[in-house]
Design a protein around this ligand. Structure first.
Ligand code: UDP
Ligand code: MG
Length: 215
């Protein structure tokens, strides 16, 4: 009579697991191209156990996926230093967070989202889709002069293999950063969410300052 119960068991367990999972915690990591976001994120992962999700890396991975419907679109946007429509980026971020949470039974739930949100479209799309699902802790802002960033990126360009680490794309990326991303950082600043770090020093020095926000 109750032989239908065993077939229900797995889903009961799954539901339990989902309810026991904490809401994902998110820190946005912003700053111009070459400000050191990726470098500092790697250090934060190592010392404070966060999961690093680079929006740019996720987009590059999708771009290189053979049957991707949006691969060519992403390639064009990246080369031009333009910002990919939020549906694509936000979708990739949410998928990566969910996969991490599921694979670790909810043990890994603290995420550094690097290089996002970069414009108003990103911000609005994220808020619509994710506001209720995550707990946004703060925004880390690596502040670095354009001249320092340029030197770093052109050096990285010699080995990175990235289609946008050249003087031409870089100019466009800086322009996008100044006109579209900086206003987003300012927007978060108005609600006291921004933790600003002077990033024109060596990685260790910058990390000392970064660490303060994680103690
Ligand atoms: N990009 C995007 N949306 C994002 C993140 C990246 O469209 O949320 C694209 C954009 O064209 C950007 C490029 O990916 O110029 C490289 O981004 P990445 O974050 O890797 O560069 P970084 O700023 O770290 O040098
Ligand atoms: Mg990066």
């Amino acid at each position: 009579m109750f032989n239908f119960i065993p077939s229900l068991l797995p889903s009961v367990q799954a539901v339990r697991r989902i309810f026991s999972m904490a809401k994902p915690q998110v820190i946005f990591v912003l700053g111009g191209p070459g400000a050191g976001k990726g470098t500092q994120c790697a250090k934060i992962v190592e010392k404070f156990g966060y999961v690093h999700l680079s929006a740019g890396d996720l987009l590059r991975k999708e771009k290189n996926t053979p049957d991707s419907k949006v691969g060519q679109l992403i390639a064009n946007y990246i080369k031009e230093g333009k910002i990919v429509p939020v549906k694509i980026t936000c979708g990739l971020l949410e998928k990566a967070m969910n996969e991490t949470m599921e694979e670790t039974n909810g043990e890994k739930y603290k995420f550094l989202i690097d290089g996002f949100p970069r414009n108003k479209d990103n911000l609005d799309g994220w808020n619509d889709a994710m506001n209720d699902k995550v707990d946004l802790k703060f925004v880390l802002f690596f502040d670095c002069p354009e001249s320092v960033c340029t030197t770093r990126i052109l050096e990285r360009g010699q080995t990175s293999g990235r289609t946008d680490d050249n003087a031409d794309s870089l100019k466009k990326r800086f322009n996008t950063y100044a006109t579209e991303t900086k206003p987003i950082i300012d927007h978060y600043g108005e609600s006291g969410k921004v933790r600003k770090i002077a990033a024109d020093h060596d990685p260790e020095t910058v990390f000392q300052e970064t660490s303060k926000y994680f103690q």
